[in-house]
Design a protein around this ligand. Structure first.
Ligand code: NAP
Length: 259
């Protein structure tokens, strides 16, 4: 790494496995000081190496002020692909302050032979087009309001922490944190006689087993599409590429004297 001490501070917007792995990769590098940021949604987040701050910044303006106060040299937005507000705020705050920004985003899932996937643009669209009566909802503990008015179907909701109301009246909650296995997912779907899976297109291996289980069981999957990363913002899919980008951002940062 070639950050100068004044600009070697990196804000890592986290809440994902990728953010944790990037923090671990950069931990112990004397040229970089990583400050990981969590929204504070999860009651007991997994441990992270290095400095950690928790809670919102107060919108794009709050983030811009924080970047200046903390003399941040670069920002890596490694938030979840569905954390669109945080990404939009990071884009604005970095544009306003001139701090380089990289979005680290895992690719979405791809349909394979035998998959019956129905892509929809939103949770509301998913709720309006459910091809089944016993629904496995793995869309996170927020955002269940879209399904709350459905008093006919049965819902199995899985989340890390207890889901936020309102929930559909006929809901069973399972609290669990990935990674999950195909065997476990198949057994869970069988036990609850699930006939449709609803998930966001989060991508990644940690939670992909449910898609294999759904295919093996011949179940349809309603897949909520992600919002695209705003135009003009560099995006990378791997932790290693993000580390390489940081090295370049340090070297070419105006005033750092590097080349
Ligand atoms: P969001 O809707 O994009 O963000 C809402 C607000 O939460 C932001 O405006 C910001 O508040 C605050 N925030 C979000 N991420 C933050 C972070 N890393 N550090 C500090 N503040 C943050 O985000 P979300 O979908 O609620 O996700 C919240 C967190 O959970 C993210 O860190 C994300 O990586 C993680 N997560 C989300 C999902 C998902 O499906 N959405 C799944 C797994 C993990 P201010 O405006 O006050 O700064």
């Amino acid at each position: 790494m070639t950050f100068s001490p004044a600009t070697g501070r990196v804000l890592l917007l986290g809440g994902t496995g990728e953010a944790r792995r990037l923090a671990a990769l950069l931990d112990g590098d004397p040229a970089v000081e990583v400050i990981s940021s969590l929204a504070g949604r999860t009651a007991a987040p997994r441990a992270l190496p290095g400095r950690v701050r928790v809670g919102g910044f107060g919108g794009a303006e709050g983030l811009a002020a924080w970047l200046r106060d903390e003399r941040i040299g670069a920002v890596v937005d490694a938030t979840h692909p569905f954390a669109a507000r945080m990404t939009a705020n990071a884009v604005r705050a970095c544009a306003d302050t001139g701090v380089p920004l990289l979005v680290l985003r895992r690719p979405g899932w791809s349909r394979g032979p035998g998959d019956d996937w129905r892509r929809v643009p939103s949770l509301a669209a998913a709720a309006a087009s459910l091809p089944g009566e016993r629904v496995f909802l793995t869309t996170g503990r927020t955002g269940l309001a879209a399904f709350a008015g459905d008093d006919r179907r049965r819902f199995l909701v899985r989340s890390v922490d207890p889901p936020e109301p309102p929930l559909p009246p006929r809901t069973t909650v399972v609290l669990a944190r990935g990674p999950f296995t195909v065997e476990g997912e198949t057994a869970l779907m069988r036990e609850h006689r699930i006939d449709v899976l609803v998930t966001k297109d989060s991508g990644g291996a940690m939670t992909a087993a449910k898609l294999t289980a759904a295919r093996d069981l011949g179940l349809p999957v309603v897949l909520v599409d992600r919002e695209p990363v705003p135009d003009g913002v560099p995006v990378t899919a791997t932790v290693e590429d993000a580390a390489a980008w940081l090295a370049r951002a340090g070297r070419f940062r105006p005033g750092s004297g590097g080349a």
